[in-house]
Design a protein around this ligand. Structure first.
Ligand code: HMG
Ligand code: MG
Length: 299
């Protein structure tokens, strides 16, 4: 296999901050995005254009997008659930949007207030419109291995949802272990099932780290299957308010360290990520979950 650089999709400003009890000031979010822009991440998910009733923590994503610096070579993306979200993304000059559904029915209903198939039917015109405007569209499939309400999820369900999303023109799929329960064998089962149905280059994996398996999952996906894109959050921030018991995303700096130490090529500087994480940790006034952000001396 030809070694290609691994893409890090930094979701700290979105997934990282959407579940925080405190609402972070807009200026701190802008500084966080600006710091992350200098880490070498391929893409930064800067926020969500969702209902402020659902996620008040990210109600100011429009302002974040207006005030942040945009560095060449970095893609700035955001979550969009509906037409109103698309209008906001367009007004904020966001070049890539992400729609989101799930592999399990109960989680979809709690998170986006409709069933899985209905959600994809609703996305179809939205995706077409976004693509006409020149945007790239990502599709998240949550609960790809486990659902907080239904338990283990059959990969066959993921395949069906993925095929429908690809059919409506989604450019890239992110498979999410929303509650951070998957272990490498679950990842292998998921990839054995899904990879025959999608080009590897269009797939990203999104691990939360509740059971401490996420770095192992990333390494299994890269070494055994050549997966080249991972969603991670600086400092290990994150979680979904509609997924009880779920903890943060796998920490960007820990993933970068683990992949580089295993021989992978990455453009991301893990020390810069850890510095950005410490910065947002001061704004949140709490310590972070990542290992690297807590190391004081590096020998
Ligand atoms: P709904 O309540 O059915 O929608 O929400 P509605 O159309 O009836 O609107 C209700 C209110 O929300 C109205 O306001 C709308 O204007 C407003 P009111 O008139 O009552 O004041 N509204 C909006 N405002 C601004 N922008 C919008 C927007 N949409 C509605 N775009 C909906 C349905 C899905 C829109 C809502 O429930 C929602 O926005 N949910 C967000 C859920 C969310 O963000 N979840 C977390 C992200 S997913 C995740 O974390 C998983 C992931 O990380 C992967 C993984 O880990 O698995 C991606
Ligand atoms: Mg998530």
């Amino acid at each position: 296999r030809v070694a290609r650089p691994i893409r890090i999709i930094e979701v700290g400003p979105r997934d990282g901050l959407q579940n925080e009890p405190a609402i972070v000031p807009t200026s701190a979010k802008v500084s966080f995005v600006n710091a992350l822009s200098r880490t070498g991440a391929a893409e930064i998910e800067i926020g969500s254009f969702v209902s402020p009733h659902a996620i008040p923590q990210l109600a100011d994503s429009d302002e974040v997008a207006r005030k942040m610096e945009r560095l060449p070579g970095v893609t700035y993306s955001a979550l969009v659930p509906n037409e109103k979200g698309l209008e906001r993304a367009r007004a904020a000059a966001i070049e890539k949007i992400a729609v989101f559904t799930a592999a399990s029915e109960t989680f979809a209903r709690r998170n986006i207030k409709c069933g899985v198939l209905e959600s994809i039917d609703r996305f179809a015109p939205l995706v077409a419109e976004a693509k006409r405007d020149g945007m790239t569209v990502r599709g998240y499939i949550s609960t790809a291995t486990h659902c907080p309400f239904e338990g283990a999820v059959d990969p066959g369900r993921v395949i069906k949802v993925m095929q429908r999303l690809l059919h409506i023109g989604i450019d890239e799929i992110s498979l999410g272990d929303t509650i951070g329960k998957a272990a490498p064998n679950d990842v292998r089962r998921l990839l054995d099932a899904t990879l025959p149905h999608i080009e590897r280059s269009r797939l990203s994996l999104h691990f939360h780290d509740t059971y401490g398996m996420a770095v192992a999952n990333v390494l299994a996906a890269w070494t055994d299957y050549g997966i080249e894109a991972f969603d991670t959050a600086a400092g290990g921030l994150g979680g979904c308010p509609y997924a009880p018991g779920a903890s943060g995303n796998v920490a960007t700096e820990d993933v970068v360290y683990a992949l580089k130490a295993s021989g992978a090529i990455l453009t991301v500087d893990e020390q810069q990520v850890a510095a950005a994480a410490r910065q947002i940790s001061r704004a949140l006034d709490r310590p972070l979950a990542s290992r690297l952000s807590r190391i004081q001396t590096d020998r």
